[in-house]
Write a protein that binds this ligand. Structure first.
Ligand code: ZN
Length: 192
């Protein structure tokens, strides 16, 4: 297994929709396992989409166990996830993103979703969920569609955060894990 560098939110791969996976081969299994290892290495990350590690594929990994009240939760690997329906109930919750270091904002999203996906064995799931898991899935599935969470802020909020996002874009704010800047330059590979 390997820890993969995480791509900055302004790298072009993160604004492009990912491709559906046709076949779950060894390459996909290795990628999923490496993504989980990468997620764990960050310490507090709870979800990661494949395009965040430079692979434009419809694959996400989630592990809520970094959040205190979910420490016994098992990791979830989702292939080709699609949200079938959203609840009318909306909730506001502070989100962060491994591609957007040191940036946290409250985002309004539906509280519950119904989602269809496949696991690494190709088994189909059709589940209804709410709370933190539904929140993380919506954030990660947004990534698969080329959407960053700050794009869901109000125009006013977006303007208020512009300076900070520019610092992230220009690599002035950096995370403490290996990271790929918008121009493709890799930084922090040798730290720890
Ligand atoms: Zn994210």
């Amino acid at each position: 297994m390997a820890v993969l560098p995480i791509y900055n939110c302004f790298h072009p791969i993160l604004s492009k929709p990912t491709k559906f996976i046709d076949e779950i081969d060894n390459e996909i299994i290795t990628l999923a396992n490496n993504m989980l290892e990468t997620l764990h290495k960050t310490g507090n990350g709870i979800g990661l989409a494949a395009n965040q590690v430079g692979e434009s594929k419809s694959l996400i990994v989630i592990d809520l166990s970094a959040a205190k009240e979910y420490k016994n939760e098992k990791p979830i690997i989702m292939i080709n996830p699609i949200i079938d329906s959203f609840s009318d109930d909306l909730v506001e919750f502070e989100e962060g993103c491994l591609s957007v270091p040191d940036f946290y904002e409250k985002i309004i999203r539906p509280d519950a979703i119904q989602v269809v996906y496949y696991d690494l064995k190709g088994k189909e799931y059709n589940i209804s969920i709410n709370g933190l898991l539904a929140r993380v899935m919506q954030h990660e599935i947004d990534h698969l569609n080329g959407i960053l969470f700050y794009q869901r802020l109000s125009l006013l909020k977006r303007n208020m955060t512009k300076n900070k996002l520019n610092k992230i874009k220009n690599g002035i704010i950096l995370p403490d894990y290996p990271y790929v800047l918008p121009d493709g330059k890799l930084v922090g590979q040798d730290s720890n």
